[in-house]
Design a binder for this molecule. Structure first.
Ligand SMILES: Nc1ncnc2c1ncn2[C@@H]1O[C@H](COP(=O)(O)OP(=O)(O)O)[C@@H](O)[C@H]1O
Ligand SMILES: [Mg+2]
Length: 469
């Protein structure tokens, strides 16, 4: 059986309340009881003291005069709620104070307390039980007036604790009733508070189940909650939003990939059909068709390679990094860039001492793709510039060209996979639109950022930076 969180919190709260109330009530109860018993003992002694003093300063001088006067002394000390016994040093009862039936029966003497009192202890008080009745007993040594160190006998005063216990029992009943009342109220309030605080959790579980069942557009709606529950709902909503975006990107990616593959495949199919219908007999047509097919297959292969690159980079987590002297890397790259540039002017511009920690193959692939784009969008006599510099946050690279530029509508999308700008501005038709997506992934896999700036018909600058490590 599982107990709900609400119920568990309420029970815990109730249990704590019960423990605290019990400790508190127990403290109050025993405190009151001790105080009342103490008070009774003090009263017994205060009543007896003047009577005993009078007798000890008067006719009781020693043990023998005590035997004679014992009964009068005992009567003197007995009252409506106090019973007195007078004993000699041997513990023999010399006199009992009780004469009238309304006067209480004295408690029997206790030998161990008696001997303590005989040895001179003044403050002996104890509680004893006799036939279901509790007595408070106090023992007072009778000292010679001439020599207080000599004890001639002991007086025992006892009083019944029944009235006091009756009062305490009534008090106990009241306390228990009070505790029950507070517990009931506490339980109700506690349950209400936990219910109000946690009631949204039930709704959240419901929403989560709907999301798990596939409805990613669902959100938890708790606009008025700013506490932890509200924060949890916000964090959850953000997470779902991100997942939804990822799903959408994924779906768009697959749809685009399928679309991109379909075009060359249809072209291939068309060419093959023409060939099969008899064009192979015409050598000229056959050559034209097979050349076209070869181009399509080359494009397909390239696209597959790029798609593989894209997924491989996204997946790679631990990238090999090493210290690279940027100038040397560019010198090496310049050789390839000049071949690609087909007559365009290549300029490199950056300090020679700069070292960058990263993956050299990634950096070369980035430069390669960006150079390819620059070449595709510039005329033969134009210029392509590579720069790098150290900044406060790290190393900034840029590749710029003064070619046809990118239109403001295209600019925000150029890093998306398969996105291609206006084909009329590119020298080469049939790019895959994957080049910049790969570049972006490579830069981000190395911990960097990339951005593009462009003025249409004037220039394009692609800037990417890596934080210093
Ligand atoms: N240097 C540039 N000058 C002008 N347009 C550019 C440049 N680089 C990229 N673009 C635009 O960005 C688009 C995406 O580039 P990319 O992802 O490399 O794909 P592809 O080169 O296969 O078209 C290009 O189609 C082009 O419109
Ligand atoms: Mg490209």
């Amino acid at each position: 059986m599982t107990i709900s969180l609400k119920m568990r919190l309420s029970l815990l709260h109730l249990l704590l309340l019960m423990i605290l109330l019990s400790i508190f009530s127990y403290g109050i109860f025993t405190g009151t009881r001790n105080f009342l018993i103490q008070n009774t003992a003090v009263r017994l002694r205060a009543q007896a003291k003047p009577v005993i003093d009078r007798w000890m300063n008067g006719s009781i001088k020693d043990s023998s005069s005590l035997s004679k006067e014992a009964s009068l002394l005992a009567v003197d000390l007995t009252s409506r709620d106090t019973a007195a016994l007078v004993m000699d040093k041997a513990g023999v009862i010399l006199a009992k104070g009780k004469r009238l039936p309304s006067e209480p029966v004295p408690a029997p003497p206790n030998p161990s307390y008696f001997s303590k009192s005989l040895s001179g202890e003044n403050e002996i008080t104890y509680i004893t039980k006799e036939k279901d009745e509790m007595f408070l007993v106090t023992l007072i040594p009778l000292r010679k007036a001439s020599d207080p160190s000599k004890v001639v006998g002991i007086v025992q005063l006892s009083t019944s604790l029944s009235p006091l216990n009756g009062f305490l029992n009534r008090q106990k009943t009241r306390l228990i009733l009070g505790i029950l009342l507070i517990l009931t109220a506490g339980a109700l309030i506690g349950f209400w508070i936990t219910y109000v605080s946690l009631k949204e959790l039930t709704g959240m579980v419901e929403t989560c189940n709907q999301i798990a069942a596939g409805n990613l557009s669902k959100r938890i709606n708790l606009p008025r909650r700013t506490d932890e529950i509200g924060q949890l709902a916000d964090a959850f909503n953000n997470m779902i939003k991100r997942i939804e975006e990822l799903f959408e990107t994924q779906a768009r990616f697959v749809a685009n990939a399928a679309h991109e593959l379909r075009t060359p495949l249809s072209a291939l199919q068309g060419s093959l059909e023409v060939l099969m219908r008899g064009a192979q007999d015409d050598p000229q047509a056959s050559r034209r068709l097979t050349q076209g097919m070869y181009r399509e297959i080359t494009r397909l292969t390239r696209m597959c390679e790029q798609l593989l690159d894209l997924t491989r980079i996204t997946k790679s987590t631990d990238i090999h990094k090493e210290k690279i002297n940027i100038k040397s890397l560019f010198n090496e790259f310049l050789h390839y860039a000049e071949i690609m540039a087909e007559g365009r002017k290549i300029v490199i511009n950056g300090s020679s001492g700069l070292v960058f920690t990263g993956n050299p193959d990634f950096l070369k692939q980035i430069l390669f793709n960006l150079t390819d784009n620059a070449v595709q969008h510039t005329e033969q006599n134009e210029m392509i510039t590579f720069t790098w510099k150290q900044s406060e946050s790290g190393i900034i690279f840029s590749v710029s060209d003064n070619g046809c530029g990118i239109s403001p509508e295209d600019l925000p999308h150029i890093f998306e996979p398969f996105y291609r700008g206006d084909p009329s501005r590119s020298r080469r038709s049939g790019g895959t639109g994957l080049g910049l997506a790969i570049v972006k992934n490579l830069v981000e896999a190395n911990g960097g950022h990339i951005k593009a700036e462009s003025i249409l018909l004037k220039k394009t600058v692609i800037t990417f930076s890596f934080p210093s490590t």
